[in-house]
Design a protein around this ligand. Sequence first.
Ligand code: CUA
Length: 260
Amino acid sequence: MIFIFITYLHLLFDNFIVLNDNAEYWQIGFQDPATPIMEGIINLHHDLMFFICVVSIFVSWMLGRTLWHFNKLKNPTSSSLTHGTLIEIIWTITPAIILLIIAIPSFSLLYAMDEIISPAITIKTLGHQWYWSYEYSDYFNKEDESISYDSYMIPEEDLENGQFRLLEVDNRMVIPINTHVRVIVSAADVLHSWAVPSLGVKCDAIPGRLNQISLFIKREGLYYGQCSEICGINHGFMPIVVEAIKLPQYISWISNKLNE
Ligand code: CUA
């Protein structure tokens, strides 16, 4: 009751609501998708679930029937049959055909994820022990400086009401919605991994190597992710927050950053 009341107060006094895309308590499914790629991943998962259900029901049924009919009580004298060519061909070909059917949507999704469609913006993200840094090298101010900043986790004692423990950062990565964005991922010291579930992104950050991913975010919001490669003692304390905003707001954010 008190909780509902507090939520209601929040709705009254907050003049805007931002969607927060992060994990929920007792969640077993995916987070809500925000990119076409994540929608594709969820669809592929559902398609695969169909095959998994059919295969596991059939195999369990066969196992059950075998145990029921062919035991010492029901069948004291065992058959001398050891193999049959036809059945072996069938149980080799059938799984192969199922795998081929699965391969078609799987490969098309894989290549779609790899595709970089003439990006409007390129952002570089570097993994460090233990924080992320972001570079917007497309823009320069009068002093010929581009935008770059570090993104640290907010420690537990500094959290404000409504903020997520171990997920909130001081400087978010800001990108516009409905825009093709290229993110170049690398690391300055050891292996890290830049991963945001709602965006369908998990990209290794490797020192001395540039990996690239493309983002096309369809709705405004805050997207939470975490480093996903064991990188040292503070691996669990270098979260990622992507703030997706409308293009005009993004442009004013960029010009503010350039004038800082
Ligand atoms: Cu950086 Cu784990």
